[in-house]
Design a protein around this ligand. Structure first.
Ligand code: PGA
Length: 250
């Protein structure tokens, strides 16, 4: 199924106790009268069930921020993809830089998680992005290609896949690449996906990293940018909704 554009996803990260998470979800659900685009929130595991209940019927999608590569077993503290689905999630973020760089996740691990998530029927938001050192030394393209090659399983189709380009140095810093850099990079990723996956040009491409209400319109107007993955600004209902509208969503 093709996701309606814009695709605007909010990654709450490790934020939100029950009261504030439900208030945020409730405000979004009230605004989402008849969504013309795709709006989704990715709360912490503890809130997935409650948030999914709260937004039920609004069309807002709810997802997890990670999953384990196995479906069940002796993995203390981990959450499996079928558990996310069972809690009401229909999507999952995989390979976020805070997991790749903060927790040492490799492309191979991300690929195994991706297989598990697809087997559980979850939409996968695969994150890729270069570090600042790679950006400064012109190693960005090679890095993105390696991450896509390493993270995408052989023979995967375009269904149920979204790719988010998130430069590590732009996440939570207030800095972003220039519009021209984002456009060029998304064009490269689109080509890489088209070569790697049959129908890969259909995969929605999101930009992430310091997306705010005041830069969202410019970013989402760029060719090959189908939407955004928002961190900090997704914790405020008004900011998040403004970003969604800036991409043409109603
Ligand atoms: P940010 O985070 O919007 O706070 O920069 C983006 C992300 O990590 O997905």
């Amino acid at each position: 199924m093709r996701l309606a554009r814009p695709v605007v996803f909010g990654n709450w990260k490790m934020n939100g106790l029950r009261a504030e998470g439900l208030a945020l979800a409730g405000t979004l659900a009230e605004r989402a009268v008849r969504l013309t685009g795709t709006l989704g929130v990715f709360p912490p595991f503890t809130l997935i069930h409650a948030v999914a209940q709260r937004v039920k019927g609004s069309g807002i999608l709810v997802g997890g921020q990670d999953c384990h590569e196995k479906a069940s077993g002796a993995y203390t503290g981990c959450v499996a993809a079928p558990m996310l689905a069972d809690a009401g999630a229909t999507a999952v973020i995989l390979g976020h830089s805070e997991r790749r760089h903060g927790l040492g996740e490799t492309d191979a691990l991300v690929r195994a998680k991706l297989v598990a998530a697809r087997a559980a029927g979850l939409l996968v938001v695969l994150c890729i992005g270069e570090t600042e050192a790679e950006y400064l030394t012109g190693a960005r393209s090679a890095r993105l290609r390696a991450q896509l090659d390493g993270s995408l399983p052989e023979g995967i189709g375009p269904e149920g896949l979204v790719v988010a380009y998130e430069p590590v140095w732009a996440i939570g810093t207030g800095r972003t690449p220039t519009a021209e850099e984002i456009r060029a990079t998304h064009g490269e990723i689109r080509e890489l996906l088209a070569r790697r996956i049959v129908g890969g040009e259909e995969v929605p491409l999101l930009y992430g990293g310091s997306v705010k209400p005041d830069n969202a319109a410019e970013i989402m107007a760029l060719a090959d940018v189908d939407g955004v993955l928002v961190g900090g600004a997704s914790l405020d209902a008004r900011s998040f909704w403004t970003i969604y509208q800036a991409g043409g969503g109603a």
